[in-house]
Design a protein around this ligand. Sequence first.
Ligand code: TRP
Ligand code: ZN
Length: 895
Amino acid sequence: MPPHGTPVLRSAYQPLAYTVSTVDLDFSLDPQATLVTSRLQCVRNEDAPAGPIVLFGDALELVSLTIDGAAPAAGQVRETESGLEIDVSADEVMLEIVTRINPSANLTLSGLYQSRGGYYTQCEAEGFRRITYFPDRPDVMARFTVRLEADAATCPVLLSNGNLLETGELPGGRHFARWEDPFLKPSYLFALVAADLKALERRVDTMSGREVLLQVWVEARDLDRTGHAMDSLVHSMRWDEEVFGLELDLDRFMIVAVSDFNMGAMENKGLNIFNTKYVLANPETGTDLDFENVESVVAHEYFHNWTGNRVTCRDWFQLTLKEGLTVFRDQQFTADMLARASDSPAAAESARAVTRIANVRGLRSGQFPEDAGPMAHPIRPDSYQEINNFYTATVYQKGAEVIRMLLTLLGREGFRNGMDLYFSYHDGQAVTCDDFVGCMAEANGADLDQFMRWYSQAGTPHLKAEGVYDAASRSYTLTLSQHTPPTAGQPEKLPLHIPVAVGLIGPDGADLPLQLEGEVRPSDTTRVLNLKEASRSWCFTGIDAEPVPSILRGFSAPVILDITEDNARLAFRMAHDADPFNRWDASQRFMERVVLAMASDAAAGRPMEVPQAFGHAFRALLVSETLDPAFVAETLALPSETYLLERMQPADPAPLRAGLIHLTRELGQAMQADFLARYLDLEVEGDYRYHPLDAGKRALRNLCLRYLAAWGGPTAIDLAGKQFEHAGNMTERYGALVALVQSDASRRIDALAAFHERYKDDALVLDKWFQLQAGAWRWSDSAPASLDQVRGLMANPAFSLSNPNKVYSLLGTYFKANAAEFHRPDGAGYAFWAEQVVALDKSNPQVASRMARALEGWRKFTPEIQARIRLALEKVAAAQDLSPDVTEIIGKALA
Ligand code: TRP
Ligand code: ZN
């Protein structure tokens, strides 16, 4: 590893002088002293300048090393900062390396570690070098065979990538298994599992008629929560066959659930390892959202088999090559699954919009702040200090938006042709983003040179739209301009190629057919305009009255749309925009305007008021009988506080929170009868099933309950209490608990206690309980401060700093999703943050770094708040022995 603070540069890429053709691994698993024997066939790389064999190693004890069976000569093997260098003259040599590692002491959850008595690996991005010395880079693709042995009683199941060759008993109560992966793969896709697990199994045929075995491995007590993951896997297989013609290439595909995991899941070849949170779900313990998340993460990891594994990344700067593309694929899959479950074409369109809305909500609250802060980077970064810090919303979510723009520009068929070409050229290779976009361009005869700037420019572009109607010529001229603010290291930005989907709404609310100047007849009611210049105008003709523009339909580009719209116009689009995404966006814009106005009133000590026009528009959606409930729930849900803070200049959490509380209460009170009526008529009859139509009703019903409970009338609290007690599934029980906790009803205290009592042995359900309390708003002055709550909850026996899910639920929620409480004026929230970041960094730098990032956007706040945060940042910066992960975040924040 390079010394702290030394950046790795994308421009410095060099192929290695020696790669590896075959790897033969032998693991003798033991909690404190696992022996790893690795036989590497190293091969001179013709395309690289001459040099030694370069092996990376991290936290390893080297037991022995031989070269073609012999001890190395003096000076032939050198230790470096990052591992070993070996001078050889032959074009091919066999290295045999034995290392000793201590999985029980490995709390980083990278490399080989233990969780609840079992052994698990996590090798992406650079975990394999914590297992053995290896050229641990994605451009080294080799054939792996693995033998693993362990204690048979505690670890009856022994898994690795590919096909099982052999199993057998050994003396001393041990046993072994041998596995072989027929495909070339980089080391980051290696995995092994040795644990006491049981599998749900299913056999299915692939599109070419091959039978494959699917397994979902979990602890025995969780077997009754695996059905949904299995169904999701089968649906993902079918979807990739139907939409992309891509088939599962192995005879066996395994998913393993583990309780201690830094991220969501990992796409190791044939042996996906998942955080339990994204595998386990049944009606009693998982909400509709959990079911949805399981489905999309299962799909995401499965889709990586082609976009990531069969074609992988040349180096980690290309991460979005696999992640942006695979997120895009899982988003499309989710939208198709929702649409398929709809009962009409209109419902299908609305269902797709609901997926799109969820994606954009995520982008705006997670990626926009990143792009506006000191960690801003292009989807393909130019440098990093610690690669683990670059598994970001930008690489994943904005990366997916960039792929989606290619679909918009090339059309479904053109996009598919580009994908086909990509696989035909690059199957089995480690490639770059240029290779991918090159295939898209070649397959379509398209010029994507300017489009490539999306890969190199950081920051969220602002798109300005201004329209002028000319009654005399019956024309409407729309001018679009773009501007990307400077980001760290990129003071100057060039114009991007932005596809802008546009519609014009007539005075009666119906879309107008669009005819651009020079066209002989109108066609379509939504057109994609390609903005490539800093500014350009388009003239629409044959327009009889001034239209209302609907810009950036479907969120056709990841930009911030600046457009001047008065309240009446926003209300009009909330009622009529034919593009469901933009209809939702109109309501979000209106809410944002109302809440930010309230926040500034609160800051100035003026009374806060809900504008009438907003109330009417909101109510019209609430009582609509024709709109799909899932869609209505999205339109009536407030924008996230994180996003609003980004829009507030300067950001000031306390008055914003006052505005949010006031608005929620006022709406709940003013529309109590409507909320109540909808609540009553949305009841879902019969046994719980995870189905989008039912989930939509439950979502809107729970939202109604939230507004009602926020208002706080006795009927409302009673309803919430009843739903909590009599709920037949977790979506309803948790929904009622959220409503009670996010209110000043005293019932919330008993409800939290009852929930804890009922689920105290269930780690995933307890995560919800921790999360809810850490994120709770203070609806009355008598409510306890969140900081005291969070500190108290850390003492709960179920809490552990070494379990990432617990840290994310309790600390992550407090630091990142409870701004008004975390940014309390006495600075105690920041002192607590500094203390926890430093403590976590000693055991798990990846998790510590995620927590550290909670304050990177500190410069958006008021000067008083900034001054307090700076002290906390400086305190962490001054701590001893910080990891490179946290060092990079704090360094960039203070720069
Ligand atoms: N490749 C994984 C995914 O997105 C991400 C991942 C899982 C990961 N575990 C990790 C990245 C640990 C870094 C470190 O599907
Ligand atoms: Zn991924």
